[in-house]
Design a protein around this ligand. Sequence first.
Ligand code: ZN
Ligand code: FE
Length: 254
Amino acid sequence: MLYAIKQHKSPETMLNIELIPAFEDNYIYLLTDTETGTTAIVDPGDATPVQHVLDERGLTLDYILNTHHHGDHTGGNQALKKRYGCTIIGPAADKHRIPGIDHGTKESDIVSIGDSKTKILETHGHTMGHICFWFQDDRALFCGDTLFSMSTGRLFEGTPEDMWASLTKISALPDDTMIYCAHEYTEENGEFCLTVEPNNEDLKARMDEVRQLRAQDKPTLPVSLATEKKTNAMLRAGSATRYAAIRKMKDDWD
Ligand code: ZN
Ligand code: FE
């Protein structure tokens, strides 16, 4: 079986980031700290495609980073831990519901993946306890199901106010931060955004690009925070109340 892998490495960064498609529309990310060879997997919903890639490369796995407890993000934890003896890091608040978790993290904790450092951002909303992994030096944010390109995760556990606070936190990161979402929902999300802002030229341009990528079965991710700020109707809502209204419109539209 073949799995398309995309490489997103710039010469000055130490972190190599690759994308492993899983299930229908999930992305699992393989991170390699190039200085030390330390590896991490973000949100392995399924162990099989991960194992395939690692074995093909002759790599072992040092860490699993979980953004939240949902099965499509943690389903591969136990099998990978058993095979590679990796350390599982996730939200402290979800220690009771993340399989195999070793270390629980809180807001602003710093986790080292070899020489690469990631800061924990608590982003309640999709679930309570959801976290994002922000690699500041590498300009990368692994945001699980909090932010999607041109949408957000559904509010399964948190309130619109919780999610709006999380989006505000993400908006404050540098504009050139690349957003690595856990799902390929971009095209459908963009169609919805066009119903909210039919005259948004940046949105139309992004959708042209997205449609072309999807027609070739290519990922639309990562996407820059700057692009999201210009195109994501939910991120652009401006208030928790307006966000709640747009989120509800999207729930009804789906
Ligand atoms: Zn989820
Ligand atoms: Fe998910």
